[in-house]
Design a protein around this ligand. Structure first.
Ligand code: COA
Length: 255
């Protein structure tokens, strides 16, 4: 049985974690297959420009690490798994494709970390999120201690990580953990709006935001300038100007 159900809708794909019985937990097989799909969309850019990532069923987006599999793993196995998880999440983060997590149910531990590695999070009204690892005697190991404070600030991140508490959609929105409240359809609409824009411009903006956050302002502005250089040379920039003058929607080619 495949670990993901892939549905293609032009430039948008929907990837559904196909593990409802284990609440879409992150197993080794699932992470390996995720890596293959990431390679595929990476190679196909700009054909696939947005991916909506969600979980099967209505109970969970992803219940974190597969705790049954984890119980069979040695210390070395856990270390190796975390390494591959970090790499996979970084591949999502650095991808030219925009990733939107449609958090359709529980997202705990690695499930929230997976959502954090995505560019945007659309959280269903009944869903809950949380970095609950300390309750299990561990800490977030898929980038959670680093991505959550960068996203919502150090104080709120410590509140969530040190208590291990779960937050509902409303609180996630208030904290900035969720971008919007809504179901997968809302996430698909957002993806559609993004892929109508010039592909290289979208990627250059994503890259400038993500990379610039780690830099001092002067260097960050130089990074923005370099990202602008990427779009300055594109046919799509000229098409944007032409379409504006001709009062018609632009037809972007990702060139
Ligand atoms: N790993 C492996 N299996 C998991 C799992 C996980 N992280 N989370 C749930 N499951 C399995 C359960 O063991 C159960 O399997 P079973 O039918 O063989 O007993 C099945 O999924 C359904 O779980 P259940 O708890 O009955 O479903 P629910 O819909 O009532 O609750 C959750 C879903 C996600 C809220 C709940 O399962 C949960 O809290 N899971 C643990 C999440 C967690 O602590 N993750 C952090 C990891 S660091």
């Amino acid at each position: 049985m495949p670990e993901f159900i892939i549905e293609s809708n032009g430039a948008v794909e929907r990837w559904t974690i196909n593990g409802e019985a284990r609440r879409n937990a992150l197993s080794r097989a699932m992470v390996a297959e995720l890596e293959q799909h990431l390679d595929r969309v990476g190679d196909s850019f700009p054909a696939v420009r947005a991916v909506v990532l969600t979980g099967a069923g209505d109970k969970a987006f992803c219940a974190g690490a597969d705790l049954k599999e984890r119980a069979t793993m040695s210390e070395a196995d856990v270390r190796g798994f975390l390494e591959s998880l970090r790499e996979t999440f970084q591949t999502i983060e650095k991808s030219h494709t925009v990733f939107i997590a449609a958090v359709n149910g529980a997202a705990f531990g690695g499930g929230t970390e997976l959502a954090l590695s995505c560019d945007l999070r659309v959280v269903a009204p009944g869903a809950e999120m949380g970095l609950t690892e300390v309750k299990l005697g561990i800490i977030p190991g898929g980038g959670g201690t680093q991505r959550l404070p960068r996203l919502i600030g150090k104080g709120p991140a410590k509140d969530l990580i040190l208590s291990g508490r779960r937050v509902g959609a409303e609180e996630a929105l208030r904290l900035g953990l969720a971008n919007r409240i809504g179901g997968a359809d809302e996430a698909m609409k957002l993806a559609q709006a993004i892929v109508e824009n010039a592909p290289i411009a979208v990627y250059a903006a994503k890259h400038a935001i993500d990379e610039g956050l780690h830099l001092e302002m002067g260097e960050a502005l130089m990074l923005e300038q370099r990202a602008y250089e990427l779009v300055l040379k594109t046919e799509d920039r000229l098409e944007g100007l032409k379409a504006f003058a001709e009062k018609r929607p632009p037809v972007y080619k990702g060139r």
